[in-house]
Design a protein around this ligand. Structure first.
Ligand code: GLU
Length: 499
C-alpha cells in the first residue's frame, strides 16, 4: 500500500509551497489507491505558533484534500486518527529517545560535549584553513576522544551533551529521487548530524526518519530544500537497519523575478488567497501545474481529474514560476463556469464582509434568486470573489449619481438623451411586472427602436448608463431585470433629471 505524508511544522499559516507539497503527496497516494497522512512536526518548540496546526488543517480542507490518517479536525477540535500515532511529534519524545539509544548501543551514534564556543572555534580554524566546515569527530570532545569512564562521569554529573550520528568515512551515498533521478553525495560532505539536542529533544532528522519508518511511509514527497538532508536520512535508515522510503524532491517555487516566493513580495499563504476570493478549485488546479504537467494540452482539471492524471513522469526539475496572471485566469475560468448557485453561495461572505449584506445566509428563495441574477451580471467580468461586491455596488446603491456627460451617446446632445430616456421610460412603464425579464425587455425595446427608426446607441447607451451610473457595465436589459421595474423606472427618471 502506497502511503505518503505531509509533515509540516506549525510555524504559521500554510504557505502556498506547502499546499503544493501536500497536493502532490495526496495526488500520488490517491492515484495509486494509497493513503495520505498528516503528521505535525513540532519538535522545535521555539518556532511553535499558536493555532498553526489548525490553520494547516483548515487550509487542506478548504483545498479539498482529504486526510486519511493522522492529525485532522472534527468540528473545531483537532483529532488524531489511525493506529500508528500519536501523529504530533511533541507527543512522541520518548519514542525518539528510545530509538536514539538504540543507535548509541549499536555504535552508530555517540555523545559529544562541545560547548557553543568550542564549536565556533573549530569552524573558525576550518574556515581559515579552507577546510570543510563539518564536525571534526577526531579533535573535539566526544566518545571518540574521551575514555568511556570520562564520558560516563560527564553524563552523570549532568554536563550538557548531544548525541551525534556517525557518518561513515569515504563513501558515496546514493539514492534515487523520483524527480531528480540518481543523487550522489560523498560522505565527506556530510556532518555528523546531531540526533538528540542538549535539552534532550530530537532534531528534525531523527524524528522525521523514525516517524516515516514507524508510520510505514512508502514515499517521502517534499520540497527541494530538504534534498541536502536526504543523504543523512539514508544513512540513518541504514544505521537502524531499515529500508528507506522512495524520495521525491519538488522544485523550488519562485516569483516572476525568479526569487523565492516570500511574504515581502505579496501573498504567500493559502489563507491570503482564500481571503482575496480565489476559489479552491482554481488554486488547486493552478498549483498542480507548478512543476507538473499532464503531457497534453488539457489545462482544466478538478481534483478528481488530477488524481487520475498525476504521475511523477510529468514532474520537472526546473524551478516553478508562480505566475499571478495565470492564477487569475484559472479563477476567472471557475468563476464563470461553476454553477451560479455555488458562486452565489460562496460570494455571500464577501458581501457581508464588505457591508453590502448583513448576513451570509439567505433563506428567502426570491431574494436568493435575485441575488444569483445579480452575481451573474458580473461574475465573468471579475477575477476574484472579493471583487464582486465592489463591481456590483451599483446594483445595491439606492442613490446613484450621474455624470451628465456620460449619459450622452457619441455625437448626440443632452436634449437628445433626455428625450430618448423619457420615451423609453414611457415604453417600460407599459410592460407588466410579470413579463419583466431580460429577454422580453430586450425584444420589446429593440423592436420599438427599429420601428421608430432611432439609432440603437442613442437609446441603449443612455439607458445603460442611467441604470448603472458607469461607463462600463453589463447590458441594460440584464441590469433592468435584476433591478426590477420600479427601480429601473426610478433610475431612468433620476438620470433624466440630471441632464
Ligand atoms: N517538517 C518539515 C517541514 O516543515 C518536513 C520536511 C519533510 O517532509 O521531511 O517542511
Amino acid at each position: 500500500m502506497i502511503r505518503t505524508r505531509f509533515a509540516p511544522s506549525p510555524t504559521g499559516m500554510l504557505h502556498i509551497g506547502g499546499l503544493r507539497t501536500a497536493l502532490f503527496a495526496y495526488l500520488f497516494a490517491k492515484k495509486n489507491g494509497g493513503e495520505f497522512i498528516l503528521r505535525i512536526e513540532d519538535t522545535d518548540q521555539t518556532r511553535f505558533v499558536e493555532g498553526g496546526m489548525e490553520q494547516i488543517i483548515d487550509s487542506l480542507h478548504w483545498a479539498g484534500i482529504h486526510i486519511d490518517e493522522g492529525v485532522d479536525a472534527h468540528g473545531a477540535s483537532v483529532i488524531q486518527k489511525g493506529d500508528k500515532g500519536p501523529y504530533i511529534q511533541s507527543e512522541r519524545f520518548s519514542i525518539y529517545k528510545e530509538y536514539a539509544m538504540r543507535l548509541l548501543e549499536s555504535g552508530h551514534a555517540y555523545y559529544a560535549f562541545d560547548t557553543a564556543e568550542e564549536l565556533d572555534a573549530m569552524r573558525e580554524v576550518q574556515q581559515a584553513s579552507k577546510q570543510k566546515m563539518i564536525y571534526d569527530r577526531h579533535s573535539m570532545r566526544n566518545s571518540f576522544t574521551l575514555s568511556d569512564e570520562e564520558v560516563k562521569d560527564r553524563i552523570n554529573s549532568g554536563e550538557p551533551h548531544v548525541l551525534r550520528l556517525v557518518i561513515p568515512e569515504n563513501e558515496m551515498v546514493e539514492f534515487d529521487d523520483l524527480v531528480r533521478g540518481k543523487v550522489k553525495i560523498h560522505s565527506s560532505e556530510i556532518d555528523d548530524q546531531i540526533l538528540l539536542k542538549s535539552d534532550g529533544f530530537p532534531t528534525y532528522h531523527l524524528a522525521n526518519v523514525v516517524d516515516d519508518h514507524l508510520m510505514e511511509i512508502t514515499h517521502v514527497i517534499r520540497g527541494e530544500e530538504w534534498l541536502p538532508s536526504t543523504p543523512k536520512h539514508i544513512l540513518l535508515y541504514r544505521a537502524f537497519g531499515w529500508h528507506p522510503p522512495t524520495f521525491a524532491h519538488l522544485s523550488l517555487l519562485v516569483n516572476e523575478q525568479k526569487a523565492k516566493l516570500s511574504k515581502r513580495h505579496g501573498d504567500v499563504s493559502v489563507t491570503d488567497f482564500k481571503e482575496k476570493g480565489y476559489l479552491p478549485e482554481a488554486l488547486v488546479n493552478f498549483i498542480a501545474f507548478l512543476g507538473w504537467n499532464p503531457g497534453t494540452e488539457q489545462e482544466i482539471f478538478d481534483l478528481q481529474g488530477l488524481q487520475e492524471a498525476f504521475s511523477f513522469d510529468g514532474v520537472g526539475k526546473a524551478a516553478s514560476v508562480f505566475n499571478r496572471e495565470k492564477l487569475d485566469w484559472y479563477n476567472k475560468h471557475y468563476l464563470t463556469n461553476m454553477p451560479l448557485e455555488e458562486i452565489t453561495r460562496r460570494v455571500l461572505p464577501f458581501f457581508k464582509h464588505q457591508g453590502i449584506l448583513d448576513t451570509d445566509e439567505i433563506d428567502d428563495i426570491d431574494e436568493l434568486k435575485r441575488l444569483e441574477k445579480t452575481v451573474d451580471l458580473e461574475r465573468s467580468r471579475v477575477s476574484t470573489l472579493s471583487e464582486l461586491p465592489g463591481a456590483l455596488g451599483f446594483v445595491f446603491s439606492d442613490d446613484l449619481s450621474y455624470d451628465p456627460l456620460l449619459l450622452i451617446w457619441k455625437k448626440a446632445t443632452a436634449e437628445d438623451a433626455k428625450d430618448k430616456l423619457g420615451r423609453v421610460h414611457e415604453l417600460l412603464e407599459g410592460i407588466s411586472q410579470d413579463s419583466w425579464s431580460k429577454q422580453h425587455l430586450e425584444l420589446t425595446v429593440r423592436g420599438w427602436i427599429e420601428e421608430k427608426g432611432y439609432g440603437f446607441g442613442d437609446v441603449l447607451w443612455p439607458l445603460r448608463v442611467a441604470l448603472s451610473g458607469q461607463k462600463n457595465s453589463p447590458g441594460p436589459f440584464e441590469i433592468a431585470e435584476v433591478l426590477g421595474k420600479r427601480e429601473t423606472l426610478k433610475r431612468i427618471s433620476t438620470a433624466t433629471a440630471s441632464l
